[in-house]
Design a protein around this ligand. Structure first.
Ligand SMILES: NC(=O)c1ccc[n+]([C@@H]2O[C@H](COP(=O)([O-])OP(=O)(O)OC[C@H]3O[C@@H](n4cnc5c(N)ncnc54)[C@H](OP(=O)(O)O)[C@@H]3O)[C@@H](O)[C@H]2O)c1
Length: 290
């Protein structure tokens, strides 16, 4: 028997229900289980912590055997959060070592999460790498390396989660981390492999959304603009003038912070976005408005 969701908004008012605030509860991830790749640092770690803060048990995957120090610090920070509410379990974060380019391993990891937690509701396929080279000289090896992590790895992650959601009949949410570089090119950068990979992610989300919609599973992509992380710092450190140039490329006149991915990912992961699928959500400080 399926339980009907509680009435909210107009429906609650027009059914003469006692007035209660439901809008924040729609963003709650209490009793949900999430899987985040590239969750050991940067945007992935930030979003994983937000999911845990909202009540989810979050499994964060990274390629190293042991998590980065940042992960351990954030994990402890989340563990010390005050209780969400009386008799409500707080969220938490766990680390898993794995490589997104290994399809069998990714499928098994999602199976193991379900064996442990009994469910999997949310997937943030976020792991990605960045490198550049002349488009006419890009070696097959270097091009394949980017595509393998950024495209194949995202597919294997989404498959791993989607297979479990389908098996358990969970109307889950799969979020693929693309980039504004999936729809536009980054001025003066030789990023043909990266832009190609991110473009593929946007179309992968649409395609999977169309196939999985009838099962109630939603798939969307997020396209951040320039966000200050280890990935972008590497470029900025080696090109001192680039920071100002990049800041001037959007109307807000600055790079984004990782915490500015929290809201959009929580919205997509939660019941606040139940009619959103097959979309690419742009969070770029207005970069493309110019
Ligand atoms: N920063 C930006 O401006 C920006 C803008 C748009 C989109 N994005 C996208 O956002 C995502 C996260 O980027 P970020 O800036 O947070 O970069 P980041 O700090 O370099 O994080 C990338 C994460 O992916 C992990 N990873 C790399 N290869 C992996 C593999 N084979 N298996 C498992 N994990 C792997 C890394 O692990 P290690 O730490 O162990 O290497 C790292 O934790 C990427 O997909 C990126 O393309 C970033």
């Amino acid at each position: 028997m399926t339980t009907q969701p509680p009435l909210v908004g107009l429906a609650a008012a027009l059914a003469s229900q006692p007035p209660t605030r439901t809008v924040f509860a729609q963003f709650s991830l209490v009793e949900k289980v999430a899987f985040v790749t590239g969750g050991g640092r940067g945007i992935g770690l930030e979003v994983a912590a937000a999911f845990a803060e909202a009540g989810a048990i979050v499994y964060c995957l990274g390629p190293s055997k042991q998590p980065h120090n940042d992960f351990v610090t954030v994990q402890e920070f989340v563990a010390r959060m005050p209780p969400l509410a009386e008799n409500v379990k707080n969220g938490k974060m766990e680390y898993i070592s794995g490589d997104v380019t290994d399809q069998k391993q990714m499928w098994k990891i999602a199976e193991d999460i379900v064996a442990r937690e009994g469910r999997l509701d949310i997937c943030f396929a976020n792991a990605g790498i960045l490198a550049g080279a002349d488009c006419l000289e890009y070696s097959a090896e270097d091009f394949t390396k980017i595509i393998n992590v950024n495209v194949n790895g995202v597919l294997y992650t989404a498959q791993a989660a989607g297979r479990q959601m389908e098996k358990l009949g969970i109307p889950g949410s799969i979020i693929l981390n693309a980039s504004m570089a999936g729809s536009i090119c980054i001025r003066n950068q030789k990023w043909v492999a990266y832009t190609t990979s991110k473009s593929a992610i946007i179309q992968m989300a649409r395609s999977m959304a169309c196939e999985l919609g009838s099962k109630g599973i939603r798939v969307n992509s997020v396209s951040p603009g320039y966000i200050y992380t280890k990935m972008t710092k590497a470029f900025l450190d080696s090109h001192p003038d680039l920071m100002e140039e990049w800041c001037l490329q959007n109307p807000l006149g600055r790079l984004g912070r990782t915490d500015e991915s929290r809201g959009v990912c929580l919205w997509l992961a939660s019941d606040a976005s139940t009619f959103c699928t097959g979309s690419d959500i742009i969070v770029d400080g207005g970069h493309r408005a110019w």
